[in-house]
Design a protein around this ligand. Structure first.
Ligand code: G6P
Length: 612
């Protein structure tokens, strides 16, 4: 979603901003802009389109100045257009603002400002904010910083903001509520960004701003306060990301690289947490709350998108092995219900980014209920990880492709470890089965590598079906969420309409769509539901449908049933989602490439959805 990058120091800001915007492209956006300051007023360049369009726009233009801010916009209020792109200036040109998030009371503020004589050039909520700050500044004769703080107390909604006041050049003002902002600390310079990506090549020392904090930043100093003027002490952290992590290497796309990283990312997820002999799992991040977890009467998992699919896999694992009832909730629905939650509950938020607005709101919704709140996040230091009582990092490494792949398998790996551990502590999982499951988990990476070796065959199948108008993904039991994930991957990046369904449920609707043009993926591994799924395959075939089966190696019968078969190695049923999803990721990828789609930045999608 929207991205912010800004610089204060003695270097020329322009190349830092452009590179920063390129590093933020993965978040998804539709327009880009920069403002540059050299002490004689701002130069603002912005346009609809990509960063390369912005670069073309500024070619031959003056790009000096050692202070600047840049923005990639993902439209919320107003279509993607030059006028709606950030930065936005206030009416009299005193303030320039880049903003992530949504100002919810912008309609009310806009009409109030209009009555006071303010005119607007864009349809954005951000321009309303720029004018609100300017109005406070002019009316009350206060400093720019105080004007920002006073204006923000009137704002309902979420913001990550960088602001420059033309009357006070040489400094940037940053503010955060609900939408992340990271400050990179250099020597005589500071970097600001909505995530660490644009910062890591300059410094590994960062400050994560907290909600309702305002920072005034010059090349030599950073003053941090809350909205109400209380001085805050910035906490500098060291981040471990390096620039190699954010390169595509030999791969054509980040998504393909991330699919192929899964043998390593899953290993990183369990490394040091699972004992070699398979008799012990240690999850340091939840040790302190373990007694509460063992006693939990119910688990509620909140998440969005792919993380929600991982949560559904978690439901099967927790119920089967820890024998605790589980509810999986869309975070966006849960936050606005009146959920019944008490101290017997364990609420788990799953989020790759740890910044998804709805997931964050869901975890805040249950604060004060007595429930134990856990986070399963990939990004260290993210909001979800900071606002939960405890948690487990997935350690998948940075994920850049908008369509999530390795984060999904790492989330399932964490959920599996938690379920097995709780099952063992609650004595619902016998010791020998526990050992078998843990040992099985440690073998998953080599099995994923084996599935990846079938890429050429999967690519061929993808080319057979690349022009299909629709696709159906069927699964049962623990593979039903994988069917949902396979459909999501395909629709996200290839724009083919796809649906995931519980295989038996097909008869209650989707079977009406089946014809020779519709590929039907059947997740038909040799588990306790295999015979049932095989029956569903027959039903599709009887109606002229094309079936691609994901089956367990050694199953010869399935060749007579399906049009194409992709094999996964035999493994414990509980771990089969980690293998069965790989061919579906590769299929979606190769279909999207064959259709000429922008795999890493699919239209309209954002990597981190920081608005609700
Ligand atoms: C967006 C991304 C998805 C992701 C979802 C939830 O829709 O495009 O890939 O699954 O957000 O994100 P989270 O960071 O909370 O896992």
């Amino acid at each position: 979603m929207c991205g912010i990058v800004a610089y204060v120091g003695d270097r020329t800001a322009y190349p830092i901003l452009i590179k920063g915007l390129q590093r933020l492209e993965y978040r998804g956006y539709d327009s880009a802009g920069i403002a540059l300051f050299n002490g004689e007023g701002a130069r603002v360049y912005k346009c609809k389109g990509k960063v390369k369009d912005l670069q073309a726009l500024v070619r031959d233009k003056e790009v000096g100045g050692s202070i600047g801010m840049g923005h990639t916009r993902w439209a919320t209020h107003g279509e993607p257009s030059d006028a709606n792109a950030h930065p936005h200036a206030s009416m009299h040109g005193t303030f320039h603002v880049v903003h992530n998030g949504i100002i919810e009371n912008h309609v009310h503020l806009r009409s109030e400002l209009a009555r006071r004589g303010y005119a607007f050039r864009s349809e954005t909520d951000t321009e309303v904010l720029a004018n609100l700050i300017e109005d406070v500044y002019r009316e009350q004769g206060v400093s720019a910083e105080l004007a920002v703080r006073l204006a923000l107390t009137r704002v309902v909604g979420a913001y990550g903001l960088v602001i420059l006041c033309e009357d006070e050049p040489g400094r940037l003002i940053a503010a955060r509520k609900g939408s992340p902002l990271v400050i990179g600390v250099g020597e005589g310079e500071y970097f600001l960004a909505s995530d660490a990506m644009p910062i890591i090549e300059y410094t590994d020392r960062v400050i994560y701003m907290n909600d309702e904090e305002v920072a005034v930043i010059t090349p030599d100093a950073l003053d941090l306060k809350d909205l109400y003027n209380d001085v805050k002490t910035p906490e500098i952290k060291t981040i471990k990301l390096s620039i190699e992590n954010v390169d595509k290497g030999e791969f054509a796309h980040f998504m393909l690289k991330e699919i192929h990283e899964q043998p390593f990312s899953v290993t990183d997820t369990f490394r040091g947490r699972v004992a070699a002999g398979g008799d012990k799992i240690v999850l340091g991040g939840i040790l302190d709350v373990m007694p509460r977890l063992v006693e939990a009467r119910r688990v509620i998992i909140v998440a969005c998108g792919t993380s929600w699919h991982a949560a559904l896999v978690g439901e099967y694992l927790f119920e089967k092995y820890a024998r605790v009832p589980v509810e999986v909730e869309y975070a966006s629905e849960f936050r606005y219900r009146d959920p019944i939650v008490d101290e017997g509950d364990l609420v788990i938020a799953i989020s790759q980014s740890g910044e998804t607005a709805d997931t964050l709101a869901a975890i805040r919704r249950v604060k004060g209920t007595g429930a134990t709140r856990l986070g399963i996040c990939n990004v260290a230091g993210s909001s979800v990880s900071r606002e939960t009582d405890a948690g487990v990092y997935t350690r998948a490494g940075i994920e850049i492709g908008v369509a999530s792949t390795k984060a999904f398998t790492s989330q399932i790996t964490v959920l599996a470890m938690m379920a097995f551990l709780l099952g063992s502590k609650r004595r619902t999982l016998p010791a020998d089965e526990y050992r078998e499951l843990v040992t099985g988990l440690t073998r998953v990476p080599e099995m994923i590598a084996g599935v990846l070796e079938q890429e050429a065959k999967i690519k061929e199948i993808a080319h057979l079906y690349k022009d299909a108008p629709n696709a159906l993904f069927l699964g049962r039991g623990i593979l039903f969420p994988v069917a949902l994930e396979g459909a999501l991957k395909l629709k996200e990046i290839s724009y083919i309409h796809a649906e995931g369904y519980p295989a038996a449920e097909m008869k209650h609707g989707p079977i009406a769509l089946v014809d020779e043009r519709m590929p039907v993926f059947a997740l038909a591994t040799s588990d306790h539901l295999y015979e049932k799924t095989a029956g569903n395959i027959q039903e599709v075939k009887a109606r002229g449908g094309k079936v691609i089966a994901i089956a367990t190696r050694g199953n010869e019968e399935i060749r007579g049933l399906a049009d194409q078969v992709i094999e996964i190695p035999p493994c414990h049923e509980a771990l089969s989602p980690l293998l069965a999803v790989i061919p579906l990721q590769l299929f979606a990828y190769h279909v999207a490439v064959a259709r000429g789609c922008n795999v890493d930045q699919p239209r309209n999608l954002a990597k981190s959805v920081t608005v609700e």
